[in-house]
Write a protein that binds this ligand. Structure first.
Ligand code: S3P
Length: 431
């Protein structure tokens, strides 16, 4: 997906925001369901898949490798591929998950590949996957620690890998290589990052055991499994936040995997009133409906151990802090600097453009909450999470404003603005 900054969008201030929302499928689970099923025996149906730019990059790469994937709306049919093409160029677009997981996948399957991406992805660190994979014997070369990444066929052996960053992408890359290596591979994480790969591998019959932050895999053949993807809590979070700021929102069938629910921890500390209804388990993942009501919020403290379970929601949490009463301190979030933008810097600039106060620290923010912000014109920095955080901030602001480069939302949430504007229309009609 080509991102360009020319698309601006006006966001109106709204005193009240309410509605029921059915959010798109989870991005992390969709990537994994496509990739792992393409490498399995049999055919799988993936229902409620996310058809955002990042997951389409994964589809495109798997097809370039020879996988057959039929797409019908948000339902995918993935045919397990007995033999992959080799010597291929894989365009990962804006997607770090595609690039990092596929590096491990290609190393495991003995595929020779060049993985490249857009300007933002080309600036993100890739040695973090190349180094751990080399412990298994993989031959992965980066370009000064960045993309393009080159994978060359090499025999793999099991190894113990201690990760220095809490990264589900790096962990997954090692596990995807590990299931094709001779012997056993152990990955130890400094903190628990999202575990969708482990859950899906187990459901597909892999030899995998997890004990806290330690995951062990042996050589495995995977059988295809159907996946019904829950809605993405990272996408729901924007509408949950609007409920907390301006009314009452109900987000339905949201994934509640405990490695992903840090936003609820942040809500608890901020004083946001919410409840989780209809808790159930679907396809090995917990889900539920989240009802959020307008709440007075107070400043909070978040530290390194809080970060992994809300890594993608931190820009939004920082915004909520800007609307809270008192000072907030978020630390241990240095990983934000290597996301689609340097999210420590871009969040500070966003909050300042809205009229708030957010001070950049090396690994986080100090935010002086103001309860009400004037709004103004803001930039997305072509980062989908910054664009959607901006839209929430402007909707809750006194005057609203414009977002430059708003179209990048489609990376993880195509239809985001339609949903935002639909609720606006609904509120207007009801009034
Ligand atoms: C993801 C993991 C996280 C997250 C990203 C998706 C995944 O990145 O920020 O949006 O699907 O594994 P890291 O694992 O690098 O922290």
């Amino acid at each position: 997906m080509l991102l360009n900054g020319s698309d601006a969008r006006r966001i109106r201030s709204q005193a009240r925001f309410e509605g029921e929302f059915e959010l798109p499928g989870d991005k992390s689970i969709t990537h994994r369901a496509i990739m792992l099923n393409a490498g399995a025996e049999g055919t799988a149906t993936i229902a409620h898949a996310l058809m955002g730019g990042d997951c389409l990059s994964t589809c495109q790469c798997m097809r370039a490798l020879g996988a057959e994937i039929d797409i019908d709306g948000d339902t995918l049919c993935v045919h397990g591929t007995p033999r992959f093409r080799t010597g291929v160029n894989l365009n990962c677009g804006n997607s770090g998950t595609t690039m990092r997981l596929l590096t491990g996948f290609c190393a495991g399957k003995g595929i020779e590949a060049k993985l490249f991406g857009d300007e933002s992805l080309s600036a993100r660190p890739m040695a973090r996957v190349a180094s751990p994979l080399s412990l298994l014997g993989a031959d992965v070369r980066t370009t000064d620690g960045h993309a393009p990444v080159y994978v060359l066929p090499a025999p793999l052996h099991g190894a113990e890998v201690r990760l220095s960053v809490a990264s589900a992408q790096v962990k997954s890359a090692v596990l995807l290589a590990g299931i094709s290596a001779e012997g056993r591979t152990v990955v130890v994480e400094p903190q628990k990052a999202r575990d969708h790969t482990e859950r899906l591998l187990a459901a597909m019959g892999a030899d995998i055991r997890t004990d806290g932050n330690r995951t062990e895999v042996g050589k495995s053949r995977l059988r295809a499994v159907d996946v019904c993807v829950p809605s993405d809590i990272s996408s729901a979070a924007y509408f949950m936040a609007l409920g907390a700021l301006r009314g009452r929102t109900l987000c339905k069938n949201v994934g509640l995997n405990p490695t992903r629910t840090g936003i609820l921890t942040a809500f608890d500390r901020l004083g946001v009133k919410y409840s989780v209804l209809n808790r159930r388990v679907s396809g090995g993942e917990e889900t539920g409906d989240i009802l959020v009501e307008k709440s007075p919020m107070q400043g909070i403290v978040l530290t390194a151990e809080d970060v992994p379970s809300m890594i993608d929601e931190l820009p939004l949490v920082a915004l909520l802090c800007a609307y809270a009463d008192g000072e907030s301190r978020i630390s241990g979030a240095g990983e934000l600097r290597v996301k689609e933008s340097d999210r420590i810097r871009t969040v500070c600039e966003l909050i300042a453009a809205l009229g708030g106060i957010c001070i950049e620290t090396e690994d986080g923010f100090i935010i002086r909450g103001k309860k009400s912000l004037p709004g103004g014109d803001v930039d997305s920095y072509l980062d989908h999470r910054i664009a959607m955080t901006a839209a929430v901030g402007l909707t809750a602001s006194e005057k609203g404003g414009n977002i430059r480069g708003a179209g990048c939302c489609a990376i993880s949430f195509p239809g985001f603005f339609r949903m935002l504007e639909g609720a606006e229309k609904g509120a207007g009609e009801g009034a």
